[in-house]
Design a protein around this ligand. Structure first.
Ligand SMILES: *Cc1c(COP(=O)(O)O)cnc(C)c1O
Length: 372
């Protein structure tokens, strides 16, 4: 069985985890400090704070910006649902805008049109690791005095015009879930932030508590509990060392997909982007209108061939929790079409070029046999 993704954990990382387990210090300690320092060095020396997930990171970033009840945050209708959920969880309103059909990234024209006096922040997603147009995004934010919280869950190692995502910008949130381009099992990191925002993130991350001397404690706010463990950080250190190699491998596999589908591709390929794209997922669209089978039947047929597939993602505004906020079908046509037609094909560093050929042959056979 070829899955659509699989993490690559090497023996050195397994040994480093065993060493932490034997050390007697398992929760946040020297390995977390080292991972934050190495991530900071990777991101041009910016401050980095790790946490238990990107979901926690995005939520703490919103809280650190003082966003809550009565505020609006502009975000794409197509993403993993966490992007919108965190906005709701802090009491603010997610204001959705559509995405580009092939870029999958937030439409910046619609973003600017959606700004109201209640807008406090923009939360874009670098979809699949394809960077948003940062010049245009930050020009809009500056014009309207908005904070930008980048959902960079897919984008560790991505570059925009040669600059790493996270090495600039306001607050940039990465995910280290096992499906992402590097993992700490579960985990995330925030890069950037003002001195006050960093202080707020540290408080929200650990009970709002500050210590002084050996026995002085104070709690400044009702914080959460989102600190990473040293066991997780040891995995992250092993992964970060190989991140450039992993991402180069993803790009090589993608080149093979695009080469084999240079002509007569039976599905619609996403925008290719440039060498700054880190290819977290490969998500073509099925031409459902020309097919006699559903997406589920296609996925089933792939499974029979021993090939795993996924869906990244259904449009967020059509979920029950978001319809309850007043969203409805027809508002964001690209996000809705992508949500219906998208299918994720295998892409991960341990995959071989022959695996790409196998996937392409299976897709070609299934889709050509299902033409109306
Ligand atoms: C994975 C993901 C998240 C959440 O990351 P976790 O670390 O699992 O909390 C947020 N946004 C997007 C776009 C994601 O893909």
């Amino acid at each position: 069985m070829l899955p659509f993704t699989r993490p690559s954990i090497d023996e050195d990382t397994i040994a480093a985890v065993a060493e932490v387990l034997r050390s007697g210090w398992l929760a946040s300690g020297p390995k977390v400090a080292q991972l934050e320092a190495e991530l900071s060095a990777y991101l041009g020396g910016r401050p980095v704070r790790t946490q238990t997930s990107a979901t926690a990171g995005l939520e703490m970033a919103l809280l650190a910006c003082g966003i809550g009840e009565g505020d609006e945050v502009i975000t794409p209708a197509l993403s993993f649902v966490a992007t919108a959920n965190v906005i709701v969880r802090v009491g603010a309103r997610p204001v959705f805008v559509d995405v580009g059909l092939d870029s999958r990234n937030i439409d910046l024209g619609e973003t600017e049109a959606a700004i109201t006096p209640r807008t406090r922040a923009i939360m874009p997603v670098h979809f699949a690791g394809h960077p948003v147009d940062m010049e245009r995004l930050y020009a809009i934010a500056q014009r309207h005095r908005l904070r930008v919280i980048e959902d960079a869950a897919h984008a560790i190692g991505s570059c925009w015009r040669g600059r790493r995502i996270g090495s600039f910008g306001d607050l940039v949130c990465f995910s280290f879930h096992p499906n992402k381009n590097m993992t700490t099992i579960e985990g995330g990191a925030i890069s950037g932030g003002s001195a006050e925002e960093l202080r707020a993130i540290e408080l929200h991350r650990w009970h709002g508590q500050v210590k002084s001397g050996l026995d002085g404690f104070d709690t400044l706010l009702a914080g959460g509990k989102y600190n990473l463990s040293d066991v997780a950080a040891a995995v992250g250190l092993g992964q970060l060392r190989r991140l450039e190699e992993f991402n180069a491998r993803r790009r090589a596999l993608i080149s093979r997909y695009y080469e084999l589908w240079a002509e007569d591709a039976p599905l619609r390929l996403p925008e290719r982007g440039d060498e700054g794209h880190s290819w977290h997922v490969f998500t073509p669209l099925l031409p459902l209108a020309q097919l006699s089978i559903s997406r589920a039947k296609f996925m089933e047929a792939m499974k029979v061939q021993g090939i795993g597939t996924g869906v990244h993602y259904p449009a967020i505004h059509l979920f029950t929790a978001y319809r309850a906020l007043g969203y409805r079908e027809g508002q964001f046509p690209n996000a809705e079409r992508i949500g219906r037609e998208t299918v994720t094909l295998p892409l991960f560093p341990a995959m071989q070029l022959q695996d790409v050929e196998r996937v392409v042959n299976a897709v070609n056979t299934i889709l050509r046999g299902a033409r109306r």
